[in-house]
Design a binder for this molecule. Structure first.
Ligand code: KIV
Length: 264
């Protein structure tokens, strides 16, 4: 299994870290087989799997259910469970208990939390409890009500300063790496150079130590909206549709099942 130390080594050697989301056994098998370093069981599953408008209603039980499926499928990648909205913001004790459930019940190797200075006590307590933590700053989808939607962050001097400070605070608190989401690439570059831990970008340009995207976005399985930072590498929806239409036609025409799919 890929370790935190392997990720640090990659940063030190200037080798890029690869991360993708996955939410179930079948896709996690493929991502793992492809040699992706880290699988994030993101709360983005609220949107791409559950069909919700945002991630806010995703629950701990749902996250544990999906994380356990991904853990069972994974041989080499590091598996990170994404802590859902209000599973860590309310109190430090609740945060440690819920983070621990990802490790004990779902087989995750680490957890991810969104936010900066406001979650530092939680991050410190999790690290103290031997739970590796991935930070997440910039556009933090659990804060969309405050941010007014999925908007690029760090364009004003004030926001820029805050994102840099938050990244440094997370590093000091013991986070092993930080996701930088939807921020200008020069800001991501500055943070990446300032930090000794790796930065993983999503919509943060090419200068981060690694990149992450939502699996359903790169495979063409989520159509509702496509952020500018997404690159689609396949159109699995079209492929799936073709296969399902062929099956439907064959059943309707009596061509399936044939001899070889039938028993004597
Ligand atoms: O929920 C998620 O999938 C994420 C990543 C896209 C960073 O937070």
């Amino acid at each position: 299994m890929l370790t935190i130390q392997d990720l640090w080594k990659k940063k030190a050697e200037g080798r890029k870290i690869t991360m993708l989301t996955a939410y179930d056994y079948a896709f996690a098998r493929i991502v793992d087989e492809a040699g992706i370093d880290v699988i994030l069981v993101g709360d983005s599953l609220g949107m791409v799997v559950q069909g919700k408008e945002n991630t806010l209603s995703v629950t701990m039980d749902e996250m544990l259910y999906h994380t356990a499926m991904v853990s069972r499928a994974t041989k080499n990648a590091m598996v990170i469970g994404d802590m859902p909205y209000l599973s860590y913001q309310i109190s430090v004790e609740m945060a440690v208990r819920n983070a621990g459930r990802f490790i004990k019940e779902a087989g995750a190797h680490a957890v991810k939390v969104e936010g900066g200075s406001e979650v530092i006590p939680q991050v410190k307590a999790m690290v103290k409890a031997e739970i590796p933590v991935l930070g997440h700053v910039g556009l933090t989808p659990q804060a969309i009500l405050r941010m007014g939607g999925f908007r690029v962050q760090g364009r004003t001097e004030e926001q820029r300063k805050r994102i840099i400070e938050d990244s440094l605070l997370l590093q000091e608190a013991g986070a092993f790496a930080i996701v930088l989401e939807a921020i200008p690439m020069d800001l991501a570059k500055e943070i990446t150079e300032k930090l000794s831990i790796p930065t993983i970008g999503i919509g943060a340009g090419p200068y981060c130590d690694g990149q992450v995207l939502v699996l359903h976005d790169i495979l063409g399985l989520f159509e509702r909206f496509t952020p500018r930072f997404v690159k689609r590498y396949a159109n699995l929806k079209e492929e799936a549709l073709k296969a399902i239409l062929a099956y439907k036609k064959e059943v309707e025409e009596g061509l399936f099942p044939a001899e070889e799919q039938s028993f004597r």
